[in-house]
Design a protein around this ligand. Structure first.
Ligand code: TYD
Ligand code: ZN
Length: 408
């Protein structure tokens, strides 16, 4: 009855290696009276036997993921804010040197990057479907078009403002299952010598450190250099540079240009070779990863159950998208973790997607401190642990679950 799934990029056969079960939209935090309207899908991941792109087998519909009230904000972490300020400085000083140059950012969120360029007087436009985040970006001095980036909006932007020297996107383009719409849009918009720079999580880091909670609805594709190289060529571009960046536990910054427009740096071939050596394009690597994920899930539930039975209080720290995967995959609800504290006002007073753990303001964390804090925002561990020194000083302990369950 079932038809073998095919790759969204090359139509090759996709072999499933993990089913993470029934999952909600990871950034749809329902109000207590809205839980009936929640939408779920089967979160399953596979790898294409032809082009090796790791991808989901069933997509959550885009209109459930990226709504006007999308609550994620880039600027809630100091580390990310500093990172995007550095990106803005780099683009301004190396690429956007002529007053006429235009930069377009796909998924500009609250303007952490674009606000800096706007303040420097650089011609720019952000495109983002989240009206709430866009309001903050505008308040920071960025110009934003509320909506999705595709060939239609790209053509309209070009007609209004001319071509873009740089198209930038961070943690957005892997979210689009129909990714051809993005590349056709970039094709309409980019100057002949322009660059399309995008940052996204690196599948090799996800596998190496067992960051299984990076798999959620929005991360439709998990990028490797080899698979992205083939993907951009399929859409008529060339991958000219790739660089590792220490964001979200391990990311890559890809630089794409029109074929022959820019020299191809040695880093591309070097990383493709490294991936071949570590078997990052092979099915068996992911089967081993899947077994590790199952072990981590079982260990985490066992630990939380023991702590509850021993009368210990555990609070979740950071209502991340990642925590939707962990809590729904493991079946962790308010009986094991009574609430999650988070600094994002848009998430507070709401429930975590699927498992309905209440999200409370950061102040609830110390009122009084729990015995243990389950660190869902492990990618900001350094920043958070430095801020919460007092929690540990008075006897509190952190629970981490990547690459394995442990207490620090
Ligand atoms: P993040 O890990 O950036 O994202 P993702 O949703 O992609 O998994 O999200 C961090 C979350 O943690 C965000 O909701 C803000 C929250 N947070 C805190 O509550 N306190 C903090 O000190 C930091 C850095 C983040
Ligand atoms: Zn493929």
């Amino acid at each position: 009855m079932s038809v073998a799934p095919t790759c969204r990029l090359c139509a090759g056969p996709v072999r499933e290696w993990m089913d993470l079960g029934r999952q909600p939209a990871s950034n749809a935090f329902p109000r207590p009276d809205e839980t009936d309207a929640e939408r779920f899908f089967r979160l399953a991941v596979g790898i294409c036997a032809e082009c090796t792109m790791v991808q989901q087998l069933e997509a959550m519909p885009t209109d459930h993921m990226f709504r006007a009230d999308y609550p994620y904000r880039s600027s809630t972490s100091d580390g990310l804010r500093r990172h995007f300020e550095a990106v803005a400085g780099w683009l301004r000083d190396t690429e956007l040197t002529d007053r006429a140059d235009l930069v377009v950012e796909i998924g500009c969120n609250d303007g952490a990057m674009l606000g800096v360029l706007g303040a420097s007087g650089v011609r720019h436009l952000g495109v983002d479907p989240s009206a709430g985040a866009a309001r903050t970006a505008v308040a920071r001095g960025a110009e934003v078009r509320v909506g999705f980036f595709d060939e239609v909006s790209a053509a309209a932007i070009r007609a209004e403002r001319g071509p873009a020297k740089v198209v930038f996107s961070a943690n957005t383009i892997s979210h689009v299952a129909d990714i051809g719409t993005v590349f056709r849009g970039v094709d309409r918009l980019l100057t002949s010598d322009g660059i399309f720079v995008f940052e996204d999580r690196y599948v090799a880091d996800i596998v190496e450190y067992a960051y299984f909670d990076q798999i959620y609805d929005e991360h439709f594709y998990l990028f490797s250099v080899r698979a992205v190289d083939a993907m951009v060529a399929r859409f008529g571009f060339e991958l000219v540079d790739v660089e590792r960046i220490p964001i979200h536990g391990g990311s890559l910054r890809f630089t794409v240009a029109r074929p022959g427009a820019r020299p191809r740096r040695a880093s591309v071939g070097r990383m493709i070779d490294e991936e071949a050596q570590t078997a990052i394009g092979e099915y068996d690597t992911y089967l081993r990863f899947a077994r590790q994920i199952e072990r981590v899930g079982a260990d985490l539930v066992a630990l939380l159950t023991d702590l509850r039975d021993a009368g210990r209080r555990v609070v979740g720290y950071g209502a991340t998208s990642k925590s939707a995967t962990v809590t729904n995959f493991c079946g962790i609800g308010p009986d094991l973790v009574p609430f999650i504290c988070d600094t994002t006002p848009e998430k507070q007073g709401r429930l975590s997607p699927g498992m309905h753990i209440p999200v409370r303001p950061h102040a609830a964390f110390a009122d009084p401190y729990p015995d243990y804090a389950l660190l869902f925002a492990w990618n900001h561990a350094e920043e958070i642990m430095a801020k919460e020194r007092h929690f540990v000083a008075q006897g509190g302990r952190w629970i981490l679950y990547v690459p394995h369950v442990h207490i620090v």
